[in-house]
Design a protein around this ligand. Structure first.
Ligand code: C5P
Length: 316
């Protein structure tokens, strides 16, 4: 690691003097293969992450203490104290680089809370990138991703973005290198959230009682489909082991998935641990149309077109 803070140095000489604004995307999992429960309480994963064009924005300004304010999705519902992943991320970067965690942070949220789109993890990734620029700590993406892994399984991916393979508990990320293709999605956001730990526990329970579908297994078919660049081919191999758990906890999601199929989406899956559902469509026009039909069907709080892959947390 580089960039240790020296107390005799004028803070204004390093880093940004004005506000630093960072945009960070939501993620979906094109493939979420969940293995057995490990001794550390996490499950071994085999996943393909994909960053999509629904963004949160974090602004970092100089300050004498560490403060957080927020607006947008979930404002008023989220604690803004030391339990918040944004505050934890700022403190983790400060501790790692030996400087005080002083910043005024403001979050504008569009990614729903507890929606299966890794909104909290995205905000943590944005904080690492923003504070690195504000404080002039000059860490590499890989250095930031290493700190990110201590904050949550999805956080390293949101530092990098794009489409990437995730292994271990999800924190070991390597980019999927394919010719650039934009995929067009509809994101159906539900009322209320689902707890990720509860979804994993529910999957374990369904597996114990023999009520879970067979595991989706390796990512080989998904990676081959990405190389073919044909949405109909990709649609046939999307999969999520947590979907059975999300449907068991929130049976009404079955109606959302059916409505997407009826609207002509190529495929629909629960995103991560849910309750957001994502639908793959042929192109941008098709995504607009499917989003309109899902909204009209009244099966979700909001249906939004989105495209991917997009970059991870970036100063804008
Ligand atoms: O890593 P993160 O804090 O986002 O994970 C939240 C919870 O989700 C974990 O405490 C665990 O219950 C569950 N989880 C899991 N296996 C993973 C990732 C998360 O069981 N690979």
């Amino acid at each position: 690691m580089t960039g240790a803070w020296r107390p005799d140095e004028d803070d204004q000489q390093r880093g940004a003097s004005g506000p630093v604004r960072v945009r960070v995307p939501a993620k979906i999992n094109l493939h979420l293969g969940v293995g057995p429960l490990r001794a550390d309480g996490y499950h071994e994963l085999n996943t393909v992450y994909h960053a999509i064009s629904i963004h949160d924005e974090l602004t970092a300004r100089r300050g004498d203490t560490l403060t957080l304010t927020m607006e947008g999705e979930g404002a008023g519902e989220l604690a803004l104290d030391d339990s918040n992943l944004v505050i934890r991320a700022a403190r983790a970067l400060a501790a790692q680089t030996g400087r005080p965690a002083h910043a005024r942070l403001h979050l504008r949220k569009q990614i729903p809370l507890a929606g299966g789109l890794a909104g909290g993890s995205a905000d943590a990734a944005a904080t690492l990138v923003a504070c690195d620029a504000l404080w002039g700590t000059g860490l590499s993406r890989d250095d930031l991703a290493a700190i990110a892994a201590g904050l949550g399984s999805d956080v390293p991916f949101l530092v990098h973005g794009g489409t990437a393979l995730g292994t271990g508990r999800g924190e070991a990320v390597s980019p999927v290198l394919v010719r650039p293709t934009s995929w067009h999605w509809v994101v159906a956001i539900a009322d209320g959230g689902l707890s990720t730990p509860e979804a994993y526990r529910e999957l374990d329970r369904l597996r114990d009682t023999g009520d879970a579908p067979a595991p989706i297994g390796s990512t080989d078919a998904l990676l081959a489909a990405l190389r073919q660049r044909d949405p109909a081919v990709l649609a046939a191999v999307l999969g999520n082991d947590l979907q059975a758990a999300a449907l068991s906890m929130r049976p009404t999601l079955a109606a959302t998935l059916r409505a997407g199929a009826a609207a002509g989406a190529l495929a629909g899956i629960v995103s991560g641990s849910g309750p957001t559902c994502v639908f793959l469509t042929r192109d941008a026009d098709d995504a607009e149309r499917v989003a309109g039909e899902l909204t009209a069907a009244g099966v979700c709080r909001q249906a939004r077109p989105a495209h991917g892959p997009v970059a991870g947390a970036r100063v804008c």
